[in-house]
Design a binder for this molecule. Sequence first.
Ligand code: ADP
Ligand code: HGS
Length: 470
Amino acid sequence: MSAAVPPAMDPAAAGEMAREAAAWCALHGLVVGDRADPRSATVPGVGLVHAPFSLLPAHLPESFWRQACELAPIFNELVDRVSMDGNFLQDALSKTRQVDDFTSRLLEIHRKMMEINKEENIRLGLHRSDYMLDSETSSLLQIELNTISASFPGLGSLVIFTGLEHKRVPANAANTQFAEALAQAWAEFNIDSAVIMMIVQPEERNIGGQKVAVVYYRAGYTPNDYPSEAEWSARLMMEQSSAVKCPSISYHLVGTKKIQQELAKPSVLERFLESKEEIDKVRKCFAGLWSLDDEEIIKTTVEKPELFVLKPQREGGGNNIYGLDLRETLVRLQKEGGDALAAYILMQRIFPKASLAYLVRGGVCHEGLAISELGIYGAYLRYKDKVVINEQCGYLMRTKVSSSDEGGVAAGFAVLDSLYLTGKVKTNEISERLFHPNYILCFVNQMLNMYFTRTVFLTCNQQKSFPVRN
Ligand code: ADP
Ligand code: HGS
């Protein structure tokens, strides 16, 4: 996943292109709230700036693109099956909950749902599985699977590099396909007066593409979203309600890094998937993953911390520990004894090939070596035994300077990028349509209509504790 190594662009030309592209962003809604303007988080339409983007597309061999797309429906199904095994989730996270209060609170809500044998007849998943191409092994490896608040389906779909061979630029309809999945979940709920409710953070700057939801969580994935008991009781109340949750508490738990590590253990996938072919495909994209009760791996990690990443059960970017900090943390926690290490998992560090890129942030074009991360969106909707939707639905390409450990656009480390497939490419029939400017415009209208006309009423009235948009 590397930008073709174009000859370094003439800085003036790059600057000119960046200005044109930033203007295009402003005209096409590829904007976010400007962190420098405090009002941008609270006053709609105020303090907007173009979303950070890469001037040239990231290149990816088509075979890896196809591999990532084929994995999406398998991961969608895997999440659903693991979510139905409450004992597996409780057992796998039993040590973590001892030393991680946030995970423990989520697990407590899950346990209460198991106690009342709460069945979710309608199950909706809007996921994003993130990958990097490891240059050492030339293999596509999964960074993580997001089952809650997978962001940027809207803005990510707008970043398409025009003027290139269409068949090498995959179509990206994450925004409409996410919206359709939410609308279908609403239809399955089958109460016309019902509304879709979106849970958002108080100061939300990612304003493009969030205009829907059943109970669609774009918050609730970090302890910061639970500043008081009110938020926890509201989360429990919504879990007890008959509303479709996206995600349900069990889907949320399946997306934790501890479950990612547990699923990578020998013969665990066989517990949830029958098809050997599917199991092999999933296992092939797993990087090295370990729990920290493995003395051997801790010893190796302390010796070579640069080859690993230490991850707590947190989401949203900026939480992982790398390099010397990783060694220092391991040595300190080992010295302290106790179970503190159970709050983390250890992961093999993936090293994509770095290439020259032009990253535009705040109207300024920065030339430098960069690496990319491909996110594949998946939508899954099930009504009892009937799978209504199980599809790969678009992608998110993010690029960051190769010297940055962390990633994440909202966290300020990465920029939005587009994709260019290399090697032998099967034609992509719908890309033509996507290049018609009217298509983008009509998408925006469609989303706005959907958001304002259809929402689901929760059967309980305490929702005031959660900031919602109506
Ligand atoms: P979060 O849920 O907080 O976003 P991630 O696991 O996605 O946590 O990690 C955040 C970022 O850290 C990723 O976007 C990626 O840039 C980097 N990262 C995470 N795991 C690895 C890894 N195994 N190898 C290389 N980079 C990684
Ligand atoms: C939203 N502001 C995620 N989601 O997808 N992170 C990035 O938009 O709803 O920044 O690069 C909230 C996580 C990658 C996107 C942000 C998964 C959020 O951070 C939600 S939990």
